[in-house]
Structure formats: structure tokens, C-alpha cells
Design a protein around this ligand. Structure first.
Ligand SMILES: Nc1ncnc2c1ncn2[C@@H]1O[C@H](COP(=O)(O)OP(=O)(O)O)[C@@H](O)[C@H]1O
Ligand SMILES: [Mg+2]
Length: 253
């Protein structure tokens, strides 16, 4: 157990089905660690287990050295572990800016006295939130689209908006489920830059699930390969790409 996030011998069963089988993974601080493998390998189940949606049938998960057993998803997020979803879950009819504002709810507190009277401190809190929304729009390069309804954005920008909303909670670690799925080549380069910026400038550690190899191989410090719920390989992009078992199970000849 040496990672910022550590899974120790985690097994997750759904009835008779073993979705995750004795998996141990350490995601180290300041790194991008990818989880790859064929459909049904157990990747999303791992993300759901880490975020408290499921409990491991066996084994344990630690974040920042503290066990996550019995901690609800909301409190896991407040400890600094935030996710995005495989299918974007934006509020389509709300503006781009308001989608981020929602992410700030509960992060920037108005405080009780401020909420009961519309005092100067309440207005100060609103200005602070506006400032933070602007910062986050800037970080993902969506400032020009702030008034547009989220559903009118092209897919690549929806993905960026999801990132911005996740960043609103000031995470130490982001769990990203297929952020590059369906993107075009130029958009993929852009996503690579964005992920590197999160790691190198905002110092956010990332657990990344994706099938898009130019992203996974381009940004990962380490890759864990899964197949049928088991970890079959782990290493640098170079090591994993040269591993015969990985090629047979997933990457192809
Ligand atoms: N809530 C669930 N109930 C029953 N089976 C599930 C559930 N979630 C996932 N599974 C099963 O667990 C296995 C792993 O799924 P998943 O983690 O979604 O794989 P991946 O994300 O790698 O494609 C699959 O066989 C899937 O059908
Ligand atoms: Mg999945």
C-alpha cells in the first residue's frame, strides 16, 4: 500500500459473476495511471468501487492512507477523489457556466449567517464563485462558450466541461472513465494536452480508463491491463505494448 490510491486484493462479485478478481493497484501521487482491457474486463467496476458506489466483496481500498470502506460517495469526493462518467452526465439545458456552478455547490460555502440575510458576505461568496467559474472555464478553454446550453456543445467540449465540473471540487485525484471515446484525431491531441496540464500544472493525479491508445500510450506514467476481472500486466506504455499476453488479450497483433 504505497499509492495515493491503493486497491489491495480487491474482489467484486455480482451474484455468481466475479467482475473484479483479487486486483491490487497503487496509483502514485502526481502520476497518470491508466486501466485498460477489453469490454467487460472490470474497469468501470473498479471505478465504481473506488468511489463508493459498490463495496468490495473482499479486499480494501485506501485513499491518502485512509480506508474507504463504509465512506459514502459524497464524502469520498470531499476527501479529494472525484470522477467523471463513461457517458457524460451534464445538465443539457443549463448553460456551460451553470454546469460548473453546480459543481461548486458545497465546495464554496455561503455559511449560515450569510444565507439568512443577504449580507455583504453573501455577495462576496457569490463573487468568489463567479471568479472560480471563470477560472475553471479558462482552464478548459470554454470561456467563449459560457452562455451556451451544454447540450449544444460538440462532444469534445462536453468532455472538457465535465472535466471542469470535476475540478470544481478541487480534487487531489481524478477518475476518468473514457474521456477520449468518440473523439477525432485533432481532439485526441487536445485531450492529451489537457490531461498533461492537469498532472503537471494543477498537480492532480489521474486514474484513466480508456480504449483510445494514442491517449493511453501518450500520457500514462503506468498502465494496468485487465482481462476477465484480473490484472494480467502492469508497466510503462513501452513494457505493456511489448507484453505478449497483453497483445493476445487486447492490443492485437
Ligand atoms: N451492477 C452490476 N450487476 C451485475 N453485473 C455487473 C454490474 N456491473 C458490471 N457488471 C458485470 O461485471 C463485468 C465487468 O463490467 P465492467 O466493469 O463494466 O467492465 P468494463 O468497464 O471493463 O467494460 C461485466 O461482465 C459486467 O456485465
Ligand atoms: Mg466500462
Amino acid at each position: 500500500m504505497s499509492g495515493l490510491l491503493s486497491l489491495c486484493d480487491v474482489t467484486v462479485r455480482f451474484g455468481g459473476l466475479v467482475a473484479v478478481n483479487k486486483v491490487t493497484i497503487d496509483v502514485h501521487e502526481g502520476t497518470i495511471h491508466s486501466l485498460i482491457g477489453p469490454n467487460g474486463a472490470g474497469k468501470t467496476t473498479i471505478i465504481n468501487t473506488v468511489t463508493g458506489v459498490y463495496s468490495p466483496t473482499e479486499g480494501s481500498v485506501f485513499f491518502g492512507g485512509l480506508p474507504l470502506a463504509g465512506v459514502n460517495p459524497d464524502r469520498i469526493c470531499r476527501r479529494g477523489l472525484t470522477r467523471t462518467f463513461q457517458n457524460t452526465e451534464l445538465f443539457g439545458e443549463m448553460s456551460v457556466a451553470d454546469n460548473i456552478r453546480v459543481g461548486l455547490h458545497g465546495v464554496e460555502e455561503y455559511g449560515l449567517p450569510a444565507a439568512s440575510v443577504r449580507s455583504w458576505s453573501c455577495r462576496a461568496a457569490e463573487r468568489r464563485i463567479d471568479g472560480r467559474v471563470e477560472e475553471l472555464l479558462e482552464a478548459v478553454k470554454l470561456s467563449d462558450q459560457r452562455h451556451i446550453e451544454a447540450r449544444a456543445l460538440p462532444l469534445a467540449k462536453m468532455r472538457k466541461l465535465e472535466l471542469a465540473r470535476a475540478l470544481a471540487s478541487k480534487p487531489k485525484m481524478l477518475l476518468l472513465d473514457e474521456p477520449a471515446a468518440g473523439l477525432r484525431a485533432s481532439e485526441i491531441d487536445d485531450m492529451n494536452l489537457m490531461l498533461r496540464m492537469l498532472r503537471d500544472q494543477l498537480r492532480i493525479s489521474i486514474l484513466l480508463v480508456d480504449h483510445v491508445m494514442p491517449v493511453v500510450m501518450g500520457v500514462s506514467d503506468k498502465i494496468t491491463v485487465m482481462n476477465f476481472g484480473q490484472k494480467i500486466a502492469e508497466g510503462t506504455p513501452k513494457e505493456v505494448q511489448a507484453n505478449p499476453e497483453v497483445i493476445a488479450a487486447y492490443l492485437g497483433a
